[in-house]
Design a protein around this ligand. Structure first.
Ligand code: DC
Length: 219
């Protein structure tokens, strides 16, 4: 049976740099709903595995870490096994390795269960990721797939964290390819997702559109 909390989810999926975090956070505050960044969960497991010098290709070993870890992902803090990994999970090293960990099916199963439990505990929420609409919350009241041109996505990352735009564009393209082509729950839009191109639009404008769609559906 699908719980009502799982229906009261706004699923925000899309590739890196499409504007998911900014838009999902703004929506959650406008609608007074909780916010969950599921990418931060995969990043935290990756960080912890690297800290322990695990072989990231050893699927069993990384899955065991994912199953046993104490993980808290809040709006502005990520704590894994008691230490604050908020900044470290955004490092280039973690970003470069996270797609390997995210392709591990047993890690995904564990994260999916935790995401569903989170939604049950909070009565729904605004949840961003790659497979939220397709796999984790197929009954979400609203499914949005955000996109933007590769140039815009790379420039946004440079504006946020600096770096060379050509190198960042290549790194994003590589990560997207891994995320789109993995066997288990790849990055994809759901047939009932609304595709929103954020390339040449102000954030406020996109948030207004999604808020309107949500309010229409929750009447
Ligand atoms: O959104 P992000 O860039 O922080 O996500 C980090 C990685 O985690 C991304 O490369 C793919 C993976 N991910 C995933 O596989 N499934 C999700 N629901 C969220 C993120």
């Amino acid at each position: 049976m699908v719980s009502d909390a799982h229906r009261r989810v706004i699923a925000i999926d899309g590739p890196a740099g499409a504007g998911k975090s900014t838009i999902a956070k703004a929506l959650s505050s406008r609608l007074n709903m909780k916010y969950l960044d599921t990418g931060a969960m995969y990043r935290a497991v990756t960080y912890e595995a690297m800290l322990r010098e695990l072989d990231l290709h050893d699927q069993r070993c990384v899955a065991q870490l994912a199953q046993e870890c104490d993980l808290h992902v809040g709006i502005d803090r990520v704590i894994i096994n008691g230490h604050d990994a908020t900044v470290a999970i955004r490092s280039a090293e973690v970003t470069g390795n996270v797609s390997t960990v995210a392709a591990n099916s047993d890690v995904r199963t564990e994260m999916r269960v935790r995401q569903q439990e989170w939604a049950t505990a909070h009565g729904g929420g605004v949840i961003e990721g790659r497979d939220i609409a397709t796999v984790v919350f197929p009954n979400a009241v609203l499914k949005i797939f955000l996109t933007a041109s590769p140039e815009v996505r790379a420039q946004r990352r440079v504006d946020q964290s600096g770096g060379d735009v050509t190198e960042i564009a290549a790194a994003i393209a590589e990560r997207d390819l891994l995320d789109r082509t993995r066997a288990d729950s790849p990055l994809a839009s759901s047939s009932d997702s609304i595709i929103v191109d954020t390339s040449n639009r102000a954030i406020e404008d996109v948030v207004d559109e999604i808020e309107k769609l949500f309010l229409e559906r929750s009447l």
